[in-house]
Design a protein around this ligand. Structure first.
Ligand code: NAD
Length: 479
């Protein structure tokens, strides 16, 4: 697949004509090219978006909604092709791309297409002195930068609210997984989406991403990715007073109490540990289990982990596919080595997996479980973002909170208990942006989403995202 930029409604090569390799992580083979664009392409994209802004922002919410619904329908029509492209690009099982990633990307467009029709703004009555109303207007050109783990889903989660609110967009997908964003640009071309409203520029983070952030005409930046990248972006965007949303890394805790629904807690903990090879920002990587059920939980958890099939992502039986890239594969293996050096006991995995046939050179790692690692060690503090989890017993609710809250991150957490009071106390006490009680990854698109501490600032999702992409203006009218 030869990928092109999409600027001002035209699929085009980068100005410098430079390309990067695109690798299939399940086979290790280079299967295509990605533009290695630079500031010149970003400049063209921002100019196109600027030019398109007056007409796009002047459309009624209903008209913009219709365009987004057309995109959603086109994603639906090309569902199988998109799922296959995402699986090949990312290494995730095709079944997961089909069941989760692509349908959720379609639903993001559908949600914002309809949400924008039902949003309402504030009025404040001052009695005889008059009243105020808040007018929320689109900001202008939005810069949207996304990561590789849920490529089209996270890309669309930024683009859809930005467009629905009346902004035009310059977007950059991850250079590691560009294929579905490219197919989206084909969709835009095929449905005659208005030129310049959504521009997609491919390339490296330090080049294209940095140019988008630095550009004086991108007054709002929505970023999802690693915490260190978020810090670098803040340093540039903050002195320019850009509106900024940062969705960053995590080190999520699963807290499992003696009185939980045991089978459900075990089953879901395996899923929340190893879905997408542990490469979901919301995956739990530290599992704290109350001592009364610790041994029983450990045995049941390990027995299920043993049943996870690491296999060719395109095979029906694959439950775990490839790690997204060679660099990331090596990083995850280095963390496994570190956990050993830190004194961790390996209960499962702890090694790369060599498959036969088509995938013999792919980047596969066995689901890995450690125990006997203290909270302060690097394995329990740093985001690994792979199929590696630690198991630790705890005694009291207070101890569970101290352990779960004991990192710089605060993205998500799960709590497993049948005691309503415990559930409420834990949910209130956990420092995280989202707490799932007796479930994981259940999403209601109406709710705000995001992390606390070094997991991010700002919120995506729901009406919150529609408002993020607007500038509120207060109008006071004297009666
Ligand atoms: P990354 O930070 O390396 O890259 C993310 C995006 O930023 C990519 O498109 C990249 O090209 C770009 N980028 C890199 N350097 C840049 C710079 N200096 N300026 C502008 N853009 C730049 O992250 P990744 O490795 O692609 O993704 C994994 C990370 O994303 C993990 O830390 C994970 O937790 C996080 N993540 C967070 C969420 C969330 O909602 N909080 C969701 C998914 C992933």
């Amino acid at each position: 697949m030869k990928i092109l930029n999409y600027i001002n409604g035209v699929l085009q090569a980068p100005v410098n004509n430079k390309y990067l390799d695109n690798t299939n992580p399940a086979t290790g083979e280079i299967y295509g090219n990605i533009p290695r664009s630079d500031a010149e392409d970003v400049e063209a994209a921002v100019m196109a978006a600027k030019k398109a802004f007056p007409s796009w922002s002047a459309l009624s919410a209903g008209q913009r909604s219709n365009w987004l619904l057309k995109i959603a329908q086109a994603i639906e029509d090309r569902m199988d092709e998109l799922a296959l492209a995402e699986s090949v690009d990312n290494g995730k099982p095709l079944s997961l791309a089909k069941a989760v990633d692509i349908p959720r990307a379609r639903d993001n467009f559908k949600f914002y297409a309809t949400a924008v029709l039902h949003d309402a703004y504030e009025t404040h009555d001052m009695g005889a002195d008059g009243f105020n109303y808040t007018l929320r207007q689109p900001i202008g050109v939005a810069g949207c930068i996304s990561p590789w783990n849920l490529p089209l889903y996270l890309f669309s989660w930024k683009i859809a609210p930005a467009l629905a609110s009346g902004n035009t967009v310059v977007a950059k997908p991850s250079e590691v997984t560009p294929a579905t964003a490219y197919l989206l640009s084909e969709i835009l071309r095929d449905i005659d989406f208005p030129k310049g409203v959504l521009n997609i520029v491919h390339g490296l983070g330090g080049e294209v991403g940095a140019s988008i952030v630095e550009h004086p005409d991108t007054q709002v930046i929505s970023f999802t990715g690693g915490t260190e990248t978020g810090k670098a972006i803040s340093k540039v965007a903050a002195p320019m007073f850009k509106k900024l949303s940062l969705e960053l890394g995590g080190k999520n805790a699963n807290v499992i109490f003696n009185d939980c629904d045991f089978d459900e807690a075990v089953k879901t903990s395996v899923r929340s540990s190893f879905s997408n090879q542990g490469q979901i920002c919301l995956c739990g990587s530290r599992i704290y289990v109350q001592r009364g059920i610790y041994d029983k939980f450990k045995a049941a958890f390990l027995s299920r982990v043993a049943g996870l099939t690491v296999a060719d992502p395109l095979s029906q039986t694959s439950r775990m596919g490839a790690i997204v890239s060679k660099d990331h594969f090596e990083k995850v293996l280095s963390y496994i080595e570190l956990a050993r050096e830190e004194g961790g006991t390996i209960l499962a995995g702890g090694h790369a997996v060599k498959l036969e046939g088509r995938c013999e050179n792919g980047y596969f790692i066995a689901p890995t479980v450690f125990e006997n690692l203290p909270i302060g060690c690097r394995t329990n503090q740093e985001e690994i973002f792979g199929p590696v989890v630690t198991l630790t017993p705890f005694d009291t609710e207070e101890e569970a909170l101290l352990l779960a809250n004991g990192t710089v991150y605060g993205l998500a957490s799960t709590v497993w208990t049948t005691n309503l009071q415990t559930a409420h106390r834990m949910a209130a006490g956990l420092h995280a942006g989202i707490i799932w009680v007796n479930c994981w990854l259940n999403r209601d698109l109406r709710t705000p989403f995001g992390g606390v501490k070094q997991s991010g600032v700002g919120r995506e999702g729901g009406f919150e995202a529609l408002r993020f992409f607007t500038e509120p203006k207060n109008i006071c009218i004297k009666l």
